[in-house]
Design a protein around this ligand. Structure first.
Ligand code: B12
Length: 344
């Protein structure tokens, strides 16, 4: 997607969220409003159910056209089935159609119940079998998804992408992928060289420090980070927040943000990092946030917006939404469990 289009979309989303959160200055109302507009991934893929795997942003029906590109955000008040992201519905249908009724279990005892069960989970259920073995199609699909997961974990992020986003690259204390997988502790520490480069290149004490890392999926970064990053930057700018010098950490873990916090003393760190590949996608990105992360920060102080990918939370929406979460963190000077406590 091009940057101008992202800018337009982000502005619209941020403006809408702003009016939702702060129009009346009433804390309780704002809290209720946040709770009612953001719903996290719950592993349900049913189109019939209230829960959703993407935030329903209460946006006006919004169309942004730019040459060939067209983005449409369905209205919150639309029917339940429309609340769900269209691509997810298509995926559901494809999956259900692929498995039922032509393949999978032949002559099921209760076809309707089977269909209902399959529609509720991305797990490979109701796939049938050939004798004691999985059917060839099921087996090939599994091998395909497994290969995608291995590629995601072992791959490296394209240098061109980092150049495009103007992110310089540093490493953690681990260089080898095998070691990275076996020693999460080393991925939580910056190398000495990284510390020196960051100190030289980055502005100190910014309000918001953005970091990108491959984590457990380089594919997640390659697929989503550009849109999330650009809309996050745009969203922070529209909110008038000061942004530090962003950079990329290779083979990072979530808690590496503590080292960055010590070095640069930002108020908030947002880390865009590849998630461990799972059943639904090998390309899912998370944004972990923390108010003043420092050595010794406990996990409960962190927050996560997960499942950012084309079948989950759309990247541009995620970036725009993150800006408003950061604004809230700054307002309460807290994140994670402390934020919830202060809000209440
Ligand atoms: C692996 C994993 C875990 C592992 C982490 C083990 C480890 N050391 O790697 C364990 C089993 C401990 C775990 C625990 C929890 N998890 Co978890 N976890 C995941 C999973 C499958 C992958 C995360 C990942 O790839 N991270 C990236 C890599 C690079 O990070 P890492 O540095 O190796 O590991 C850190 C993160 O994984 C982080 N983390 C893991 N889960 C959570 C949850 C929250 C709220 C936070 C702030 C951080 C966090 O803690 C690790 C140590 O720093 C995601 C699913 C997903 N789609 O993302 C769910 C997921 C992130 N977890 C989730 C939850 C709810 C939890 C728990 C709160 C469950 C509970 N009730 O106790 C706890 C909180 C742990 C914490 N750190 O605060 C939810 C978050 C939902 C949300 N949007 O808020 C997710 C999205 C699963 C889901 N679909 O519900 N988790």
């Amino acid at each position: 997607m091009n940057p101008e289009l992202i800018e337009k979309v982000t502005k619209l989303i941020v403006e809408k969220l702003q009016t939702q959160y702060s129009s009346d200055g009433n804390l309780e109302a704002n809290r209720v409003s946040l709770a009612s507009t953001v719903k996290f991934w719950n592993h349900s893929s049913s189109t019939e159910h209230e829960s959703s795997n993407r935030p329903t942003l209460n946006l006006p029906s919004m169309k942004v056209e730019d040459g060939q590109e067209l983005i449409t955000f369905p209205q919150n008040s639309e029917s339940k089935s429309l609340k769900k992201k269209e691509s997810t519905i298509v995926m559901d249908e494809q999956r259900t159609n692929a498995i039922y009724p032509t393949s999978g279990i032949e002559n099921p005892f209760n076809p309707e119940e089977l269909k209902e069960l399959i529609s509720k989970t991305p797990a490979r259920i109701g796939v049938g079998r050939a004798g004691l073995r999985p059917k060839t199609n099921t087996w090939l699909k599994f091998r395909f998804d497994h290969a995608a997961a291995v590629d995601a974990v072992y791959g490296d992020v394209n240098e061109e992408l980092l150049k495009r986003l103007d992110l310089f690259k540093v490493s953690t204390k681990v260089r080898d992928k095998e070691v990275y997988i076996r020693r999460p502790d080393l991925g939580r520490k910056l190398s000495d060289e990284a510390k020196q480069i960051i100190s030289e290149k980055c502005r100190k004490a910014p309000t918001v420090q953005i970091i990108v890392s491959d984590g457990l999926s380089s594919s997640a970064v390659e697929e989503n980070v550009e849109d999330v990053f650009l809309s996050l930057m745009q969203s922070l700018r529209s909110l008038g927040l000061d942004i530090g010098t962003p950079f990329y950490i290779e083979k990072g873990r979530v808690a590496v943000m503590d080292d960055v916090g010590e070095l640069l003393q930002p108020k908030v760190v947002v880390l865009l990092i590849g998630e461990r590949p799972g059943l639904v996608s090998a390309e899912s990105l998370s944004a972990y946030l923390c108010f003043k992360p420092r050595i010794g920060t406990i996990e409960a102080e962190r927050m996560v917006i997960s499942n950012i990918h084309k079948g989950g939370i759309p990247p541009v929406e995620a970036g725009a939404y993150l800006g408003t979460v950061i604004q809230k963190i700054l307002k309460y000077e807290a994140s994670g469990v402390s934020l919830v406590q202060k809000e209440n």
